[in-house]
Every structure is written in C-alpha cells, then in structure tokens.
Design a protein around this ligand. Sequence first.
Ligand code: HEC
Length: 127
Amino acid sequence: MSPLLRPLIGLLVATGIVSVQAQNLTVPTPSAGLMPNATQGKRLFEKNCAACHGQNLRGTEQGPPLLDRIYEPSHHGDASFQMAVRYGARAHHWRFGDMKPVPGVSADEVAHITAYVRQQQRAVGIN
Ligand code: HEC
C-alpha cells in the first residue's frame, strides 16, 4: 500500500466508515438454485420488516421507506439487504437511529423479501 494512503485508511477505519471491511463480516448467501419469490417475500416482509418500513414499504415513525430512490438496486444492491438483516445498519441516511439485526430471518428468506421490494420499487419506477 502506498505510504500516502495508509493514514487515510487508518482514519476511515477509526471513524467507522469502513467498519464492515474492518470487522470482516461476510455477506450471507442464499442457497444455490433458490428462485426468489416476491409473493413469499411479501408475507415475510409483513412479518419481519413492515413494523418499521411500513406495510406498503412507505416507512413508519420507526424506519425509512424502501420505496425511495436511495434504495434503488445500483445504490443499495441485494447484498445490502442481506447485511442489514444479519448485522443491522448504522443510521446514515435518516434520523430513525440504527437498524438492529433481525434474528431468525435466513438468507433465503431475505432473498424472497428483496424480490418483493424490487418488484414494488419497479412498480413505482425505481429501478
Ligand atoms: C426496528 C425497526 C426496523 C426493522 C424491524 C427493520 N428495519 Fe430495516 N432499517 C431500519 C432503519 C431505522 C433503517 C435506516 C438506517 C439509516 O439511517 O440509513 C433501516 C435500513 C434498512 C436498509 C438499508 C441498509 C443500508 O445499507 O443503508 C435495508 C436494506 C433494510 N433496512 C431492510 C430491512 C429488512 C429486509 C427488514 C426485515 C427483515 C428490516 N429492514 C427490518 C429499521 C428497521
């Protein structure tokens, strides 16, 4: 690594900006051959996510809308859903506070939920 970059990386790690890499967290991976299913995802979303993200994905007082352009696939890819559910997400876009990990939701279930969210995003032109 260039001697010029080293202090910069150290600073980013110290401030938590690259904490994910520093803690070496791995992205949960759905089963090979899984066909993510939006209908199943809707049911799982309503059970595990809607309390904060809203029945219609439009947010609540506890969490942000997922039908927002910042959650389009190019900005928050499917891996960010896996990471948020397994490890939680630090508040960085909104003022709701951190999202805590959601225990008991498998990587396959998150893949179904993500399929549902993407379907709903496409329906309102976020893609
Ligand atoms: C207790 C409330 C709560 C629950 C339950 C919850 N979330 Fe969140 N979630 C939040 C908050 C708050 C944020 C916003 C953090 C921020 O400021 O960026 C968030 C952010 C996210 C993000 C963006 C992460 C990032 O990288 O910026 C995704 C994706 C997400 N949630 C998916 C889910 C899914 C899928 C579920 C259900 C399995 C779920 N959430 C359940 C509160 C919640």
